[in-house]
Design a protein around this ligand. Structure first.
Ligand SMILES: C[S@@+](CC[C@H](N)C(=O)[O-])C[C@H]1O[C@@H](n2cnc3c(N)ncnc32)[C@H](O)[C@@H]1O
Length: 279
C-alpha cells in the first residue's frame, strides 16, 4: 500500500510492512545482482528497509547512497543500512540525471515504480541506462490480489483501488510493464520475478492496515461503490484468523545491453512478462 505520490510515507507504515517486504522480495533476483553492488544507489529509500534486506545479500557492498525527497525518512535510513559508508541525497527523482549516479555500480529501489508517472520512469530509466548501471527494482504492485475466502465484491474493490493508484498519471499496476518496455527501448535487458506478499494470521496487523487502505482508496476513488459491510466483514475474518491475502508484486532486474552500456547497444534482451518468475 502506498500513500498518494507527493504525500509523506509514515515510518510506522514502512515498519509494519518491512517483514512482509523482506519475505516477498525475490531471492533469485537478488542473486542475479549479488556481485554487482559495490556501490549502491537506493532510490526512494524510505527508512532504509531495502538496504537492511539487500546489503547482506551482496558480496562486498562498500557504499550506499540513499535517495529520497523526504528528509525525515533519510535521517532514519542513514543510521540503519548495514554498510560502512552511507550517504544521503535529498532529491526528487523526477530530476534524476546520470551524473547523480557517478561511481554507482547498482541502482536499487523498493515499492517505488508504481508511484511514478511514465515521464518519471523515462527519466529514471534514462539516467540508469546512461550511467551504464544494472538495477534491481523490487516490489512493484501489479494489480492482482487474491483473498481467501473469496467475496463477490473483491474484484470491484480491486478495480477501484487500481484506478486510485493511477490517479494523477501515476502508473500504479501498469508500472512494471511500462518500466520494462522503457528500459528495453533504451537497449537494456529486463527480467521479472514474482514477489508476492503473503498475508495471513501471522501478519494480522499488516493485513488489517492493508485492508483498511485498500478499501478506503477504492471508496475514495468510487464513492458509490456498494461495499456496505464489506470492510467490517473482512476485518472480522481477519480478527479470528480466517482471512488470507496474496498481494502480487514484481521485482525487475535490469541489465545493461550487450554492447557496453545499455545506451549504446540498442538491442533489446529477453522480455519476460512482469509478474512471472523468470527461469
Ligand atoms: C512506498 S515508500 C518505499 C520506501 C522504501 N523503499 C521501502 O521499501 O520501505 C516510497 C518511497 O519513495 C519516496 N519517493 C516517492 N516518489 C519520490 C520522488 N519522486 N522522488 C524521491 N523520492 C520519492 C517516498 O518518499 C518514499 O520514501
Amino acid at each position: 500500500m502506498t500513500s498518494a505520490g507527493g504525500a509523506a510515507f509514515a515510518p510506522e507504515w514502512l515498519a509494519l510492512r518491512e517483514g512482509a517486504d523482506a519475505e516477498a522480495r525475490s531471492e533469485r533476483a537478488a542473486e542475479v545482482v549479488r556481485d554487482l553492488g559495490r556501490v549502491v544507489a537506493d532510490l526512494g529509500c524510505g527508512t532504509g528497509s531495502l538496504g537492511r534486506w539487500l546489503a547482506p545479500r551482496l558480496s562486498g557492498s562498500e557504499r550506499w547512497v540513499l535517495f529520497d525527497r523526504d528528509p525525515g525518512l533519510l535521517a532514519l535510513a542513514r543510521e540503519t543500512v548495514p554498510v560502512n559508508r552511507v550517504r544521503t541525497r535529498e532529491l526528487d527523482l523526477a530530476s534524476l540525471r546520470a551524473r547523480d549516479l557517478d561511481g554507482v555500480t547498482l541502482v536499487a529501489a523498493s515499492a517505488l515504480l508504481d508511484l511514478l508517472t511514465r515521464a518519471e520512469v523515462e527519466t529514471l530509466a534514462g539516467a540508469v541506462v546512461a550511467a551504464g548501471c544494472p538495477a534491481l527494482l523490487t516490489l512493484t504492485v501489479v494489480g492482482r490480489v487474491e483473498l481467501s475466502p473469496a467475496d463477490p465484491l473483491d474484484a470491484r474493490v480491486g478495480r477501484a483501488f487500481d484506478d486510485h493508484q493511477r490517479r494523477g498519471g501515476r502508473l500504479g499496476p501498469d508500472a512494471a510493464a511500462v518500466a520494462a518496455e522503457v528500459f528495453e527501448g533504451l537497449g537494456a535487458r529486463t527480467h521479472a520475478f514474482a514477489s508476492p506478499w503473503r498475508l495471513g494470521p501471522d501478519r494480522a496487523d499488516l493485513l488489517r492496515e492493508w485492508l483498511r487502505g485498500w478499501v478506503g482508496a477504492a471508496v475514495e476513488q468510487e464513492p458509490g461503490l456498494p461495499v456496505a459491510g464489506y470492510l467490517e466483514r473482512r476485518l472480522e475474518q481477519c480478527g479470528r484468523g480466517g482471512l488470507r491475502a496474496v498481494v502480487h508484486h514484481t521485482d525487475l532486474v535490469v541489465l545493461p545491453g550487450s554492447a557496453g552500456t545499455a545506451a549504446s547497444s540498442g538491442s533489446a534482451g529477453a522480455v519476460r512478462p512482469p509478474g512471472t518468475e523468470s527461469s
